[in-house]
Design a protein. Structure first.
Length: 498
């Protein structure tokens, strides 16, 4: 029987741990196998620190043969495996299994090949996102997806979550910038998805694996696309005195046939937080600001900046500033790129949500979130990938107060379910992990979840890879449905029932 996270009997855990360590010791050196509590505690969560669980064992292989061996051992022992990159995920996707092995791939950090002619890079899964662009820079190339955590997050994690970034509107998500993924199945057998060519025979399984959150295979190598570095990039910073005007401006830019390199929105609380942190020169009197970037040849940028400025002015922008140098452009972006650490300076903890809505509903969701702040008695600072409707509300709370954590969870669920009601989805780029399991019950029917379990079963018959995440069970959805009907028992009678 496959162990579950609820099976935490100390004696059972100790017995299983000894068995797993003994089996893995045949294939891994002592320094690559951690099982003492003081050694495994640093792996108990990813960037979503509200949910923690110490793993049974942490394996740190250094070769693909060792990865295969770890998987074969775990498969034979029916022990769950959770692959882990840099641990920067924000949905609990890398949270360990109580009776499982955390497979850390941090040592797979080599850039194996950069091909200027094909504009590709072959990298190991533990290579940092930003390191790819740094290595390709001398060739005039770079890797386009740029999550805010790009200085630390790894390409393997980007593949697992289908990460985006501030430039994903023009250049796409991870899926659009990856040609091939290599790795291993839960049985320890080598697998390969995609191809070096533009297309590959058979079903497009690359699209299935990218964004699968480590539930289908363990990635070890990725072939990514590189794009030429633009000759010039300039950024508009536009201020608005009304949330609805700013949301309508986003829709107006896209409706005008303009696809900016980046189109981001920050509300007033977020603007204040980041300005105090990085001094980017933001307009603190604005209810919201938009950052709109154009890149290309100098002639293309000049023309597009002019068009965007005209659209933003017509939409009601109260102030427009255009970067006049690369240093000023980077300063404009410094606030957006540091939104998360800036929020950490004004609150003991924050929970970063991640949902998507149609662009035309941006103002509606911001106004709805403002109402939720009053209902749940918690603050929320908002930053959006406005161009593609991807929301990142940061709910501010104190995790040391269980009641605040509870209200934060209710707040987050409300945002996700409101996004679905507005025609959106419960995730844009952070994944489902453990955080959004209940919200998946709202978005998908039992039949749709069963289809997703069918795909999982085709790759992982025993259900050992990252179990208990992403796809909610029928029982879980049934229980959540009962709570929705009867109104959950919460401490504050004045809060809305869920």
């Amino acid at each position: 029987m496959t162990a579950t996270a609820d099976s935490t009997d100390p004696q059972q855990r100790a017995t299983l741990q000894a068995k797993v360590v003994r089996a893995l010791s045949v294939h891994l050196p002592a320094h690559a196998l951690l099982y003492q509590s003081e050694d495994t505690t640093p792996y108990e969560c990813d960037g979503l620190t509200a949910y923690r669980q110490r793993p049974l064992v942490v394996a740190l292989p250094e070769t693909e043969a060792q990865v295969a061996a770890v998987l074969k051992v775990c498969h034979s022992l029916d022990v769950p495996v959770v692959a882990r990159g840099a641990g920067t995920g924000l949905s609990g996707g890398a949270m360990p299994h109580a009776l499982g092995v955390t497979l850390s791939l941090a040592k797979f950090n080599k850039i194996l090949k950069i091909d200027k002619r094909s504009r590709t890079a072959l990298v190991q899964c533990g290579v940092r996102n930003l390191a790819i662009s740094e290595a390709a820079a001398p060739l005039g190339l770079y890797y386009a997806p740029d999550p805010s955590s790009q200085i630390a997050c790894t390409i393997g994690g980007n593949v697992a979550e289908n990460s985006g970034g501030v430039h994903c509107l023009k250049y796409g998500l991870t899926l659009h910038n990856v040609l091939k993924v290599k790795g291993f199945s839960i049985e320890g057998e080598p697998v390969e998805f995609g191809a070096d060519a533009l297309d590959s025979a058979g079903y497009d399984l690359l699209s299935v694996v990218v964004g699968s959150e480590g539930m289908l295979a363990v990635t070890t190598e990725v072939t990514v696309k590189l794009v030429p570095k633009p000759q010039l990039a300039r950024c508009i910073m536009a201020s608005f005195d009304d949330i609805r005007k700013s949301g309508d401006a986003v829709a107006a830019v896209i409706a005008a046939g303009i696809i900016p390199a980046g189109l981001e929105m920050m509300d007033k609380p977020m603007t204040a937080a980041v300005e105090d942190y990085v001094h980017a020169g933001y307009d603190l009197s604005a209810e919201a600001i938009l950052l709109c970037e154009s890149d290309g040849t100098p002639e293309e940028v000049e023309e597009e900046i002019g068009r965007m400025s005209a659209v933003l002015t017509a939409a009601g922008a109260t102030k427009i500033a255009v970067s006049q140098s690369e240093a000023e452009r980077l300063r404009f972006w410094s606030g957006r790129k540091n939104a998360f650490p800036a929020s950490g300076r004004i609150s003991p903890d924050y929970m970063c949500m991640d949902s998507t809505i149609p662009r035309k509903r941006l103002a509606d969701i911001l106004l709805a979130i403002a109402g939720m702040e009053k209902k749940y008695q918690l603050r929320c600072a908002n930053v959006f990938h406005a161009g593609d409707g991807n929301l990142h509300p940061l709910i501010l709370f104190d995790a040391n107060d269980p009641d605040q954590l509870h209200r934060c969870e209710l707040f987050g669920a409300d945002i996700l379910e409101t996004s679905v009601a507005m025609g959106g989805t419960v995730t844009g780029e952070h994944g489902v992990g453990v955080e959004k399991l209940n919200s998946m019950c709202v978005q998908f029917s039992a039949e749709e979840n069963a289809q997703m379990f069918g795909i999982k079963h085709a790759f992982d018959t025993k259900g050992l890879l990252n179990p208990g995440k992403v796809i909610p069970t029928l029982h879980r959805c049934a229980e959540y449905g009962k709570m929705l009907v009867r109104g959950g028992q919460i401490k504050h009678p004045d809060l809305p029932r869920f």
